[in-house]
Design a protein around this ligand. Structure first.
Ligand code: NDP
Length: 445
């Protein structure tokens, strides 16, 4: 790492002790920025990086609620408003027991560059809670969401900060959050949240966008070597929002999706994953993936195993951070993997990324590959602002153009910096330069 960057990195670690995921995300970006610092001494002069690493605002709050048996529960809520150089803070809310400040900051930091790459006018932010929706009734989830929004509402707004979903926050939670925001503020402010239901301000293609976008990006990478998804064996981790629609788009492009997972295990289905069945079990019934194999003869369920043990040409990690380590990467390379695209945020460890890059695998980092979700959220904001709603075809066309644009921007930037095919460098540098230029123009704020 460049000496100046190393010094800033050490400072970041000292100021934010124990936030290991945040440190990892900063390191990953800094590893790419050495040549940028050489070309742009004005960024060093204006302390752009030091400023970027310090969120503009961090909000931590108590979320009290009562469960169905009348017991009081206390969770912790977070919103990190990271950077608003390009637009209102934008990024999802995650409800998962593992959530703490270090996770929210890693996600918020990544979000700044991801949002810049989309070319849309959105800044970076992220939030969430250590609340675990698993096993909770609808009424409990509603009471939790209402309590969460009772504090959050004062910090957000269509021109200030626009949250969306992430792990554990889907259409149901966005509905409860929006309802409470509307009730407290007495405003039907559609643009304050994205991922809304179709009948009340949501956008077609938003549910599909992250997964579809990941596959569209991977397909663009494959094309650079004359390849495609047609006939390829694909494995996907997770079985949530991103995973389901990544599998759907891969199948639409002619691939055979062999396996997917949840946090308890994975299923292999040699006949190709039946996506409607996964959706029914996971999204509608809120059940476990184990039930998939119980209902489908061609499938086998492996409890506690790793989906990365299945041989494939394309691997799409779509579950959570650091879920694909060095050993799994080596195994996948030996099994002939050619394309890896991160649908999740930072699912591959730095060691795994190095293995893929050294082996010449086409590797797409999450901040580029999964940017289709937030880009379509920005399209939802556009529709809300103009009180319009677009067709599925038009919106998907926009998403496709955006993903091709992000791919090309990353590829061109990597080439400009002498590392053709290095999408990690391309994404980090292209995203960073866009934000740095805006920060310089806006002065020391
Ligand atoms: P969901 O909650 O819909 O699904 C998450 C999936 O990952 C589930 O199958 C879940 O399994 C699994 N999972 C979650 N945590 C763990 C864990 N600790 N270990 C193993 N498996 C786990 O979330 P999304 O699909 O929305 O998000 C997935 C990833 O994509 C996240 O990294 C998110 O930040 C990223 N992302 C999401 C976007 C979106 O638009 N939704 C946009 C951009 C990025 P189980 O059911 O067992 O919990």
């Amino acid at each position: 790492m460049h000496a100046k960057l190393l010094a800033i990195r050490d400072q970041v670690q000292a100021r934010n002790p124990g936030e290991v995921e945040f440190h990892q995300a900063v390191d990953e970006v800094f590893e790419s920025l050495g040549p940028v610092m050489e070309r742009h001494p004005e960024y060093v002069e204006a302390a752009v990086l030091e400023r970027l690493c310090e969120p503009e605002r961090q909000i931590i709050f108590r979320v009290p609620w009562t469960d169905d048996s009348g017991h009081v529960q206390i969770n912790r809520g977070f919103r990190v408003e990271y950077n608003s150089a390009l637009g209102p803070y934008k990024g999802g809310l995650r409800f998962h027991p593992s959530v703490y400040l270090g996770i929210v900051k890693f996600l918020g930091f990544e979000q700044i560059f991801k949002n810049a790459l989309t070319g849309m006018p959105i800044g970076g932010g992220k939030g969430g809670s250590d609340f675990d929706p698993r096993g909770r009734s609808d009424a409990e989830v509603m009471r939790f969401c209402q309590s969460f929004m009772t504090e959050l509402y004062r910090h957000i707004g269509e021109y200030t900060d626009v949250p969306a979903g992430d792990i554990g926050v889907g259409g149901r939670e966005i509905g409860y959050l929006f309802g409470q925001y509307k009730r407290i503020t007495n405003r039907y402010e559609s643009g304050v949240l994205t991922g809304k239901g179709l009948g009340w301000g949501g956008s077609l293609v938003r549910p599909e966008a992250t997964g579809y976008g990941t596959v569209l990006f991977a397909n663009e990478m494959a094309k650079t070597r004359g390849g495609s998804f047609d006939g390829k064996r694909v494995i996907v981790s997770g079985s949530g929002n991103v995973a389901i629609y990544a599998m759907q788009k891969a199948q639409q492009l002619g691939a055979v999706v062999l396996a997917c997972s949840d946090s308890d295990g994975y299923v292999v289905d040699e006949a190709g994953i039946d996506i409607e069945l996964v959706r029914q079990i996971k999204e509608v019934e809120r059940g476990r993936l184990k039930e998939y194999a119980e209902r489908r003869g061609s499938a086998v369920y492996v409890a506690g195993g790793s989906v990365w043990d299945v041989d494939a040409e394309v691997a799409l990690p779509c579950a959570t951070q650091n879920e694909l380590g060095e050993a799994a990467a080596v195994r996948l390379v030996n099994a002939g993997v050619k394309v890896v695209a991160e649908g999740a945020n930072m699912p591959c460890t730095p060691e795994a990324v190095t293995v893929f890059q050294k082996a010449g695998v086409l590797f797409a980092p999450g901040k580029a590959a999964n940017a289709g979700g937030v880009a379509t959220s920005a399209l939802e904001m556009q529709q809300n602002a103009s009180r319009d709603s677009w067709t599925f075809e038009h919106t998907e066309q926009r998403l496709t153009e955006i993903m091709v644009g992000i791919h090309d921007r990353c590829a061109e930037t990597a080439e400009l910096y002498g590392q053709p095919g290095n999408y990690v460098l391309g994404a980090n540098v292209a995203g960073f330069v866009k934000v740095a230029e805006a920060m310089l123009a806006q002065g020391l704020v």
